[in-house]
Design a protein around this ligand. Structure first.
Ligand SMILES: Cc1cc2nc3c(=O)[nH]c(=O)nc-3n(C[C@H](O)[C@H](O)[C@H](O)COP(=O)(O)OP(=O)(O)OC[C@H]3O[C@@H](n4cnc5c(N)ncnc54)[C@H](O)[C@@H]3O)c2cc1C
Length: 387
């Protein structure tokens, strides 16, 4: 069985694992079957203060560095749980913290830290723009002391379980801007006041339990005070949070990969076929060992990226590589784990098929493997831009 003392934050890891023991496989299996939101788990994490870990102490949080959040999310996934129900709060909060006004920070952050407000929804992707974010069409028109917003988002996860949504919208048409990244703005939309009054949310059923939705804006009015930072500079505000997002999702993938490796190792030792444990066959043990090596290598990149982030150094390449390598490692470990379990890999009660479906997401979202490779080719290796 693998141990990971060397990853640090052991006290936090132990605390998260103890909390996760209250939410065993059967809990997640039932939620998955019903496509139900794990509200009890999110409430327990909030109550224990883990979701406020990154909020500075002045605003009621614990003021922990990103590497502590890496430990929290990684251990949730290693325990068989799924941080996707609430992970966004950890990185969307950063946009308010870095770019919000003093007033916005004082109003929202202590409430989020106390668990009285949920900032779980992040509306960027649109059906027509996809990965090409700057071509998004949702438009916020200034009208006196308010903005009127029209458009549509897709894959806005947790919108039904959030009080606030961080929304990226155009405030100047793309053709009127010097750069395509200009003219986008970020808004903090209070969903409690607006659902049914300009916002319609429709759930999308997916192959795993993810509480994702499409959101329609129809003459939604928000106060001008909902704007974060300067109008037109929203794209760079969102970008500044993306490294944290990538590192945290990579941490979840490391947790998933370790869960698959633990399960496969245990099963390979127990299951006897032809009068010997299947794990005695190199055809079974080599894929497990390979998954282990790839996971630990990917984890080194996650650790490096988090450490650069925490010391305020540039970490774009490392954050992207961490996400790429960890998502590939968890997917490989998932496939290996199904293969190791033979037919039982497909049985709901073994939970492997559930985790297999869950971890598959991260080769596509929040950024796909191809787009990370394009980023590395263009921005690190100086190759010509491909799109
Ligand atoms: C379950 C789920 C939850 C999500 N949650 C959120 C959320 O909370 N908020 C939010 O804003 N978004 C969310 N997303 C959206 C997610 O970020 C996007 O799905 C992802 O970025 C890919 O964009 P797309 O689906 O539009 O694919 P597309 O952009 O249509 O791309 C389709 C495929 O083509 C590839 N491709 C596109 N362009 C190129 C290129 N130039 N070179 C090579 N390959 C290319 C992509 O890699 C991808 O594999 C979620 C998605 C899912 C499925």
């Amino acid at each position: 069985m693998t141990t990971h003392q060397e990853d640090g934050w052991q006290e936090i890891r132990d605390g998260v694992r103890a909390l996760c023991e209250r939410f065993p496989d059967a809990y997640w299996r039932d939620k998955d079957r019903e496509r139900a939101y794990p509200a009890e788990f999110v409430a327990a994490l909030t109550e224990a203060g883990y979701l406020a870990g990154l909020i500075p102490e002045t605003y009621g949080g614990s003021g922990l560095p990103l590497s502590a959040a890496v430990a929290i999310l990684s251990e949730i996934h290693r325990s068989g749980g799924n941080g996707a129900a609430c992970h966004a709060q950890m990185y969307t909060m950063g946009t308010v913290l870095r770019h919000g006004s003093d007033d916005q920070k004082a109003r929202y952050l202590p409430e989020i830290a106390a668990g009285r407000l949920r900032l779980q929804a992040f509306g960027v992707t649109e059906p027509g723009s996809g990965t090409d974010t700057t071509s998004l069409k949702t438009f916020a028109r200034r009208d006196g002391d308010r903005y009127v917003i029209n458009g549509q988002k897709i894959w806005t996860s947790r919108a039904e379980h959030s009080d606030l949504m961080l929304l990226l919208a155009r405030t100047t048409p793309r053709e009127e801007t010097a750069k395509r990244t200009d003219g986008l703005s970020v808004f903090l939309v209070d969903l409690r006041e607006t659902i049914g009054k300009g916002i319609t949310i429709r759930p999308i059923r997916t192959m795993m339990n993810h509480a994702t939705t499409e959101v329609f804006f129809d003459d939604l009015e928000v106060p001008a005070a909902a704007l974060i930072g300067d109008e037109g500079k929203g794209f760079r505000y969102i970008l500044s949070g993306m490294n944290a997002e990538r590192i945290l999702i990579a941490a979840e993938c490391i947790g998933d990969a370790r869960w698959f490796i633990d399960r496969a190792t245990a099963y390979a030792g127990d299951r006897r076929v032809f009068d010997r444990p299947i794990g005695q066959n190199q055809g079974i043990q080599f894929p497990i060992a390979e998954a282990y090596a790839r996971t630990e290598a990917a984890n080194l990149m996650v650790t490096k990226a988090a450490s650069l982030y925490d010391s305020d150094q540039p970490c774009g390449p490392e954050a992207n590589m961490a996400k790429l390598l960890a998502a590939e490692a968890s997917w490989q470990a998932a496939d290996m784990c199904v293969q190791t379990h033979g037919g039982f890999g497909f049985a709901e009660e073994f939970d492997i098929e559930r985790k297999f479906r869950e971890t598959r997401l991260y080769r596509v979202a929040p950024i796909s493997t191809n787009l990370i490779l394009s980023y590395l080719a263009e921005h690190v290796l100086d190759l010509p831009r491909s799109y």
